[in-house]
Design a protein around this ligand. Structure first.
Ligand code: ADP
Ligand code: ADP
Length: 216
């Protein structure tokens, strides 16, 4: 199965992807996670990306398309794309790569949530730099405050989850990313709209229901 998860920053894409990959045994290809790993490794790509990421702008399309196509090539068991595509140019780049490989996306999971819910979600987000698990200081607390449940150690707050950068990321989302849903609608893709304002487990239930129906 090949999926795309769309939604604004803080919609719960990463959280739901972790659950999707556990159930359907596919790879989680998160453009944000791959970029953060490139930065941590001090690679050329990481260095080029850092200024954009820190300000809440998008990393240039050509860098992202190459990076994600490479990641997709290694995921023969299927995948869920998280955070990509974020522009219609990226969506076109993805279409070209899929056509070349003779592959298709089965469905697009579209997480819908109002801007007003985003800021508290993102400023309360804490994540594990080792295993990537995502928590929230109010809605998804770790068992021990500030520590990953899997024994990895301290949780961190992402540097781009400050109110100012979150504001920029939301602006970027509306200016450049929201149009991606329209792009796929115009292509007649299977789009599964999900109310992502619900509690995390309710969102998961709705996602699983729609994905299970796909396979019937
Ligand atoms: P994204 O990958 O879309 O940016 P995340 O999955 O990282 O979003 O979620 C952002 C933050 O909001 C995390 O702290 C997460 O625990 C929390 N969160 C995710 N989904 C929900 C939800 N449905 N209700 C409340 N909080 C949520
Ligand atoms: P979130 O999960 O909160 O939506 P991400 O972890 O996906 O945030 O992305 C963090 C930052 O990485 C973005 O603000 C952007 O600078 C960069 N980035 C991630 N994915 C893309 C992409 N597809 N195109 C351009 N920039 C990206």
């Amino acid at each position: 199965m090949r999926l795309i998860l769309l939604g604004p920053p803080g919609a719960g894409k990463g959280t739901q992807c972790k659950r999707i990959i556990d159930k359907y045994h596919i790879a989680h290809l998160s453009s944000g996670d791959i970029l953060r790993a490139e930065r941590a490794a001090g690679s050329d790509l990481g260095k080029k990306a850092q200024g954009y990421m820190d300000s809440g702008a998008l990393v240039p399309d050509n860098l992202i398309i190459d990076m994600m196509v490479k990641a997709m090539t290694g995921a023969s068991q299927g995948y869920v794309l998280d955070g990509f595509p974020r522009t219609t140019v990226q969506a076109e780049g993805l279409d070209k790569a899929l056509a070349k490989a003779g592959e298709k996306i089965n469905a697009i999971v579209n997480l819908i949530v109002d801007d007003a819910l985003i800021l508290p979600r993102m400023t309360g987000r804490r994540s594990c730099p080792k295993c990537g698990a995502v928590y929230h200081i109010l809605t998804l607390k770790p068992k021990v405050e500030g520590k990953c449940d899997k024994g990895c150690g301290d949780l961190v707050q992402r540097a781009d989850d400050t109110p100012e950068v979150v504001g920029n990321r939301l602006k970027t989302y509306h200016q450049q990313t929201a149009a991606v849903v329209g792009y796929y609608k115009s292509k007649g893709a299977v789009i599964l709209d999900i109310d992502a304002a619900q509690e995390i487990d309710q969102v998961t239930k709705a996602v699983f229901q729609k994905l299970d129906n796909l396979n019937k």
